[in-house]
Every structure is written in structure tokens, then in C-alpha cells.
Write a protein that binds this ligand. Structure first.
Ligand code: ADP
Ligand code: MG
Length: 655
């Protein structure tokens, strides 16, 4: 029978140290936190050999008297908490009384310290096993702590330390995290003989971020400040075009402590959804302050995780603060670094809104009156189709007699002379119609594709939503003038965004429109995939998809989203299965809906290379004004590039 023993203190300390002290950067973190808790106004960190040989942190905080030094290096000795109640109401960074003891157990530790109100301070030296010396000493007020030869007595750990530059990198990162929490404190980082960071005391948060990460990061950064229901949110969110390929640009602080939190990360991802491609990650500095009693910091050895009293409330508050701010902003990437905003004429916006609302009403009435959809009316001639170009939401004013197309002005004549005409009238000037958007379709009488291509004068110049002319280039890009320059729009990306938003809105109101196939289509699927489809039956039904198992290795598709009437049913269902497969069992419904709507929007949108009629261009641009996040397609690719007159002047060396 194995004998149970109480471990010797030294071993206990080494085990404890193993949890808290992983590498030089962990020491830097602990010492910096102590200096901040000591109320320092200025803190200096010096390292040699990436901190492996030496780490020294010097502060001008409250200091310790000589007789306190022995206690400071004793395990579980702290001045920061007293009772159990204190543990649930922590206002300091430290509270466990472990750091100095742990560091002392695995290094040569020397502390020199003096409180400002005493004439004399003290010095203590600890080397792994034992306190080597402790005595009175003359020194300036404050504390200086030196840690040499980390893990000199734990070879297994020492072996795991990386190169000087890697360890320096970790130290830098810890230094930055702490410096971010306290912009009022001055910090200095000295690596070897070089001062690598000098942060002035009394900076505002943004200046601190800039000082640490460079001006590039803070240009265009969006400050957010909100306080409600006991939570203060201070955030600096970089615009989506300044994203990163990993989460390294995300900093979350809770009550002045750097932490990682999956729930908050998720909220951040959600907020940027549709603004970033799925493999890009936003840069954001997020500082949350709340009652210490509402968040438990005592859950992780290095306190890098917290436990929330009401996590979902915090998450939703963060999400809405970010999302609402983003929605109020135009996040269109600009070709210049300092971005400009181009507010659209409010009157015009209101006008478009009313028009769209009216048209929606009319169209719904027409749809109710029983206009057939494309596929159910498979044999119908093109004249009977509900719309010539149903894929574009039509927002032209409902006065057929007054086309919004431009009248030939000098400028347009110039455009015309510069631009080759669209395909001649007989060629398919619009992509084949897809039914299902009856609700937004225009009156068939005014929207015959050929007719509109003929009647538009000139065909490739229209007055865009903002009342400015727009042209289509290479059947792919739309170019239009803005208040202060011009924008180039990717027609597919924008249309995708518009459809996506529409689908989302409709889904909130109920189910998407569906149409029954005359003959069910069968699609092969593994038993697992069949089960997946069945598991998501309700969601699929809302999206307008009805599939049932068909034999053991297939499904039968009975109905299909009306919007995608012309898409290939099997291709769609296979994609659908893949998406469900990718998301796995633990699929988050929100994620899944996003993925599926995204896919549907992509399939339904005009493609690059599709010629558009002037009316279509116009309605697309009008729809842009109404879209929630028009600057990015649902995949997060930008829809629009902006070039200001100033940019042009710069490029043409006019300034
Ligand atoms: P904790 O920070 O959890 O209290 P530490 O082991 O880090 O535990 O520190 C032990 C104690 O030593 C602290 O509670 C504090 O009283 C004192 N101390 C540590 N560092 C400093 C410092 N830089 N200035 C003043 N006092 C310090
Ligand atoms: Mg501490």
C-alpha cells in the first residue's frame, strides 16, 4: 500500500511556482501587477537575455519596511485581502500572496524596498531553498525587485525556455497588456541596453494604444463608450479593413485585468459578422468595468480567466454596443488612410424608404392576387413572367412615365464617348430571371429587359440613388460619384449583401417563401447526412426547404426557396448538407442561419459579368442605401471602394 505523506514546503512551493511561473514573462506580469497594486506612478522593467538571466522591476509605489520583507516572500502572505468576503470583492490585481514566494522558489530573488515615510528600507535575498539574507538598507522610496537565473534549480523547466528573442517577445506582450490597463502610469521597458518602450504617464487610452502598437492601428479606430446596468464598456475597435489573421489583435480587460473569455470573443465575432471574411479577426481593445462582486477572478492560476455572475448579460451588452456603433458607421474601406464619411442626403434616404415601403405593399398585394412563380409557371412566356429582373430589388419611383435614367448632359455624352455601349439590344442584357422575389418585383409592363435597354438614354448611365450618374464597367463594377469623390462597387458583393439583409428581415418575420417542385428531386446522402437534415428540419422549413428521407442513401427534395427557383436544386442541397456537416453537432443556430442565408444570397445575386440595365443599377444602388452593412458582403469582402477627390488630387500631384 503506498504511504500518504505531507509534502515538504519547498516542494509545495515549487509545485505552486510551476502553475504561476511558466517563463520570464510570467515573472514580469506578477511584478508589474504588484507595482500597480502598490500605487506606483512610474514603473521600469529591465530584462537581460529575454529575462532568462535577469528581470528587474522598479517602482515608486508604497514600498515595504524591512520587517515586512520576510513575510512578502512567504507563501500565502498578502496585504491585499483579509477575510473571505474580501475574496469576492477584489479591487487589487494580486490577492493570493503566492507570486513572490513562487518566484523565490525558482530563482535568485532580491528585493530592496522602502516606504516613503521611513528613513530606512530593507533588503532581502532568497535563493530557491532559503532566505539568504535580510537586513536594513538605504534605498530610494519604492521597491526594486530583481529576479536572476529563473529556474536555475528546476532544470526541467529551464530546458523549456525558448530563445532570447522569443522570451523577449513574451515579455513585450505582457508588458503591453499591463501598460494598456494603466495609461495613467508611466512605464519603461529596457531590453539589454536598449530602451524599447517609454510610455509617458497620464496618457489617454488611445494615446497609450498608439504608443504601444503604432499609429497604423489607431487610424480610423472606432472609440465606443457606454455605461448601463452596472457595466462600463470602453472599446477601441479597428475598422474591418485592418483585421488580422489570428486573434492576436484582441485585447480584453475586465476590471483592469487582461483576460481571455470565449463568450466575449464570440460577441466580438458576432459584432463583426458580415464585415470580415471568416478567416480574418478584428483588432479590438475592450475594457469592461463592473462591480467586482459580479465577476470572480479567482478561477485560474494566472487569473487569465474569470467567471461571470451573469455572463450572457455581459455578452449581449458588449455585442449590442459594438453592433450598434458599427451600424451607425459607414465602414466602407477607403483608399486613403484617414477615412472620410459621405453622409447620404437624409431627404433622399427618407424618399427611398417611403418608395420601397410602398412598393413592397403593392408587390405583396400583387403576389396575394396569385401571380405565378417562375417554376410553377414553367411554360409561361417571358411576357408573363412576374418580372424581367426579379433579382434586383426595385426602388425606382413608382411613376412609369418618369424613368429615373439620366438625361443626356455634357458629362454623360463624355461618358458615352468613353464607354463602349452595353451589348446591343437583342442580346441578353439581363441574366435569366429567377422567381421568388415577387414582393420586390417591379411592374412587368415597365421592366421588359429589352425594352429598358432600349429606352434608357444612354443605357449605361443612370442617376444613382444619391442623384448622381452611375455606370457599369466590365459588367462587374459600378462606379458612381459621391459628395466628395467616387465609389467603385462590386455588383455581386453588393447584391449579395442586399439579398442577405432582405432574407434576414423576412426570416425574422416568419418563414421564407417556398415553392413546391412539380417532381421531387432526389439527392444522394449518407445516413448521417440524412439524419443531419432531419435534425434541422424546423430550420430548413423556415428557409423554405422541405426534404424527406428517400430510401437509405438519399433524400427527396419537395420544396425549395422561391428565391433560388432557377438554381440547381441538387447543387444547392449538396451545399446545404456540406454546411450542416461543417457545423457539426454543436451547430449554433445563429451561425447556421448565417451560413445558409449567405449561401442562398450568393447563389441568387447577380454575378460578375452579368450586364445590368440602368434600372437595375439604379435599384441596386438605392438598395445599398438601405442595407444594414452595405460596405461588406456577407462573407465580409468589401462591396465598395472609395476614392475621394483629395485622393485623386494627390495621385495626380495637384497638391
Ligand atoms: P499578492 O500580490 O497576491 O499579495 P505577492 O506574493 O505578489 O502576493 O506579494 C506579497 C505582498 O508583498 C503583497 O501583498 C504586498 O504587500 C507586498 N509587495 C509585493 N510587491 C510589492 C511592491 N512592488 N511594492 C510594495 N509592496 C509589495
Ligand atoms: Mg502579487
Amino acid at each position: 500500500m503506498p504511504e500518504i505523506r505531507i509534502l515538504p514546503d519547498l516542494l509545495v512551493n515549487k509545485i505552486a511556482a510551476g502553475e504561476v511561473i511558466e517563463r520570464p514573462a510570467s515573472v514580469v506580469k506578477e511584478l508589474l501587477e504588484n507595482a500597480i497594486d502598490a500605487g506606483a506612478a512610474h514603473i521600469e522593467v529591465a530584462i537581460e537575455d529575454g529575462g532568462k538571466r535577469l528581470i528587474r522591476v522598479t517602482d515608486d509605489g508604497c514600498g515595504m519596511s524591512a520587517d515586512q520583507l520576510k513575510l512578502a516572500v512567504t507563501p500565502h502572505a498578502t496585504s491585499k485581502i483579509n477575510t473571505e468576503d474580501d475574496l469576492y470583492n477584489i479591487g487589487t490585481l494580486g490577492f493570493r500572496g503566492e507570486a513572490l514566494a513562487s518566484i523565490g522558489a525558482v530563482s535568485h530573488l532580491r528585493i530592496v524596498s522602502r516606504p516613503a515615510d521611513l528613513d530606512e528600507g530593507g533588503e532581502i535575498r532568497v535563493a530557491g531553498e532559503s532566505i539568504e539574507s535580510c537586513s536594513a538598507a538605504g534605498c530610494p522610496p519604492g521597491t526594486s525587485i530583481e529576479v536572476r537565473d529563473l529556474f536555475f534549480n528546476v532544470p526541467a523547466r529551464r530546458k523549456f525556455l525558448r530563445t532570447t528573442s522569443t522570451e523577449s517577445g513574451h515579455v513585450n506582450e505582457q508588458f503591453a497588456r499591463i501598460a494598456l490597463t494603466s495609461p495613467e502610469i508611466g512605464f519603461e521597458l529596457i531590453n539589454g541596453k536598449r530602451v524599447t518602450q517609454r510610455l509617458l504617464p497620464g496618457q489617454c487610452r488611445l494615446d497609450r494604444i498608439r504608443a504601444l502598437f503604432g499609429a497604423e492601428v489607431t487610424t480610423g479606430i472606432i472609440p465606443i463608450h457606454r455605461e448601463e446596468r452596472g457595466l462600463e464598456i470602453e472599446a477601441y475597435a479597428a475598422p474591418p479593413d485592418r483585421s488580422r489573421s489570428n486573434t492576436g489583435g484582441q485585447y480584453l480587460f475586465v476590471n483592469g485585468r487582461y483576460v481571455r473569455d470565449r463568450m466575449i470573443s464570440y460577441a466580438i465575432r458576432e459584432a463583426y459578422r458580415g464585415l470580415l471574411e471568416s478567416d480574418r479577426f478584428p483588432i479590438i481593445y475592450l475594457f469592461l468595468t463592473l462591480n467586482p462582486a459580479a465577476v470572480d477572478a479567482n478561477v485560474h492560476p494566472t487569473k487569465v480567466e474569470v467567471r461571470w455572475q451573469d455572463g450572457s448579460l455581459v455578452r449581449s451588452q458588449v455585442l449590442s454596443a459594438l453592433r450598434e456603433t458599427f451600424m451607425q458607421r459607414d465602414l466602407t474601406p477607403s483608399l486613403r488612410t484617414d477615412r472620410v464619411t459621405c453622409p447620404i442626403d437624409e431627404v433622399r434616404r427618407e424618399q427611398i424608404r417611403t418608395e420601397v415601403a410602398q412598393e413592397l405593399k403593392d408587390a405583396v398585394a400583387t403576389a396575394k392576387a396569385g401571380i405565378p412563380t417562375a417554376q410553377t409557371a414553367a411554360g409561361a412566356s417571358s411576357a408573363q413572367r412576374p418580372s424581367a429582373s426579379p433579382r434586383l430589388p426595385d426602388t425606382t419611383p413608382p411613376h412609369p412615365g418618369q424613368p429615373i435614367s439620366g438625361h443626356a448632359t455634357g458629362a454623360e455624352a463624355l461618358w458615352r464617348s468613353l464607354m463602349p455601349h452595353q451589348e446591343q439590344a437583342g442580346s441578353p442584357s439581363v441574366p435569366p430571371p429567377a422567381a421568388g422575389q415577387e414582393a420586390l418585383d417591379r411592374d412587368p409592363a415597365t421592366s421588359d429587359p429589352q425594352e429598358s435597354a432600349l429606352s434608357a438614354q444612354p443605357p449605361d448611365v443612370v442617376v444613382a440613388a444619391g442623384g448622381r450618374p452611375a455606370i457599369q464597367l466590365h459588367n462587374t463594377y459600378l462606379v458612381t460619384e459621391t459628395e466628395d469623390g467616387l465609389v467603385i462597387i462590386d455588383q455581386h458583393a453588393l447584391h449579395e449583401r442586399v439579398i442577405y439583409d432582405q432574407l434576414r428581415r423576412r426570416l425574422t418575420d416568419g418563414a421564407l417563401e417556398s415553392q413546391r417542385l412539380l417532381l421531387p428531386e432526389t439527392v444522394e446522402a449518407t445516413p448521417h447526412q440524412v439524419a443531419l437534415l432531419q435534425n434541422h428540419h424546423d430550420l430548413l422549413e423556415r428557409l423554405g426547404v422541405e426534404v424527406t428521407p428517400f430510401g437509405t442513401n438519399a433524400v427527396a427534395v419537395h420544396s425549395f426557396p422561391a428565391l433560388l427557383a432557377n438554381a440547381d436544386v441538387r447543387g444547392f442541397v449538396r451545399n446545404l448538407i456540406d454546411k450542416l456537416d461543417d457545423q457539426g453537432e454543436a451547430a449554433h443556430t445563429e451561425d447556421l442561419i448565417h451560413e445558409l442565408l449567405d449561401m442562398m444570397a450568393c447563389k441568387a445575386a447577380v454575378k460578375a459579368g452579368d450586364p445590368l440595365t440602368p434600372e437595375e443599377i439604379d435599384s441596386l444602388l438605392a438598395a445599398k442605401e438601405l442595407a444594414e452593412k452595405p460596405s461588406n458582403c456577407p462573407h465580409g469582402r468589401p462591396t465598395t471602394l472609395r476614392l475621394t477627390v483629395k485622393d485623386l488630387e494627390k495621385q495626380f500631384k495637384r497638391t
